[in-house]
Write a protein that binds this ligand. Sequence first.
Ligand SMILES: NC(=O)c1ccc[n+]([C@@H]2O[C@H](COP(=O)([O-])OP(=O)(O)OC[C@H]3O[C@@H](n4cnc5c(N)ncnc54)[C@H](OP(=O)(O)O)[C@@H]3O)[C@@H](O)[C@H]2O)c1
Length: 248
Amino acid sequence: MTNFDGKIALITGGTSGIGLATARRLLDEGAQVIITGRDKSRLDAAVEGLPGDRVLALRGDAADLSDLDSLTDAVRERFGRVDVLFANAGVASFQPGADVAEDEFDRLVSINFKGVFFTVQKTLPLLSADASIVINASWTAHRGMAGASVYSATKAAVRSLTQTLAAELGPQGIRVNSVSPGYIETPMFHENVEPEAQADVLANVASGRFGTSQDVADAVAFLASSEASYINGQDLIIDGGLVSAIPA
Ligand SMILES: NC(=O)c1ccc[n+]([C@@H]2O[C@H](COP(=O)([O-])OP(=O)(O)OC[C@H]3O[C@@H](n4cnc5c(N)ncnc54)[C@H](OP(=O)(O)O)[C@@H]3O)[C@@H](O)[C@H]2O)c1
């Protein structure tokens, strides 16, 4: 018997990085896992790399409401419910606030905030009585970083959303928490942190290493599990000390 035996887990953005590691962790613990992403070939590759036959990949853009309808329809038809929702799909880009163009602002807000908001809203009718929602925020919701104005604001928005949803859904027995990863070595990290900048970035991390997708997957699995049954409306920062500790 493991924490997620027989549970149905929906993970948006499950083809890479943190979402993929969380899919693997929940599969290892007995869940039936549904992963999403925008790209069919990346979905196929993710399924190929995951163990067993308890994973279903569904193509869809988390920022597109009709895709979300199709996704939730497919999950309803196949499984009838969702026990764990990890609203993880997100994108990042960094530039000084003075240089942010309207279309880039809209892209980030659309995927990182609107996408998470409607992913949760559309999944609500499927949530089981003791379901758990985990939302992927970011350390940048907790500490200002030059160049991160729009990205950080989208993450602060989902952090706030977590608290409101906890208040709205708590009385039904549904818990809502968020995670705030620090610098986690995923494709997103490598797209945004140049190799020559990494030593300076790492100097801010008290633990002296970048995080792994597994570090975050372990925290998501804990928050989603019955071991966290009295944890609601919280944000768990997984950052090696980046936000709260200044290394010598
Ligand atoms: N890595 C870090 O240092 C870090 C730190 C703090 C927070 N985070 C957050 O962690 C989450 C996962 O990031 P990651 O680092 O694991 O990045 P990643 O490796 O780039 O993975 C992002 C995942 O999201 C999917 N995705 C992106 N836009 C989507 C959309 N519109 N609809 C559906 N799926 C979408 C991607 O698949 P497709 O591209 O195929 O759609 C991919 O599966 C993000 O919300 C990110 O903001 C990451």
